[in-house]
Design a protein around this ligand. Structure first.
Ligand SMILES: C[C@H](O)[C@H](O)[C@H]1CNC2=NC(N)=NC(=O)C2=N1
Length: 99
């Protein structure tokens, strides 16, 4: 299966079981997280930007002081693909590790 193929409902359910901080709304998943400070929020975004470039897959990001909101979807597929789950796991890792 290509990583840009739309996932089935069962695949989405299984994938999201490992991503408890993400909320699904139709063809998107969203996570909001508060970081320690505005500079930390920017460093998280910087780390995510690097991953996004490597994956050639890019999140929508909303920055409000030290709160970040990420929205993931595969625009070319019109919904969720394994790339969204992969990127979500990387964002979780950045939020856990970047200080
Ligand atoms: C040419 C390039 O692969 C595409 O434009 C990529 C870039 N990043 C992308 N990011 C997301 N989220 N969805 C896409 O369909 C997408 N397409």
């Amino acid at each position: 299966m290509s990583s840009r193929a739309r996932l089935t409902e069962d695949e989405i359910t299984a994938g999201l079981a490992a991503l408890p901080d993400w909320t699904r709304a139709g063809g998107e998943i969203t996570r909001t997280a508060e970081t320690a400070s505005f500079p930390t929020a920017i460093r998280v975004v910087d780390a995510v930007a690097e991953t996004a470039e490597q994956l050639d897959h890019h999140p929508d990001i909303d920055i409000r002081w030290r709160t970040l909101r990420f929205v993931l979807s595969t625009h070319s597929a019109g919904g969720l693909t394994s790339l969204d789950l992969t990127l979500a796991a990387h964002i979780d890792e950045a939020l856990r590790t970047v200080r």
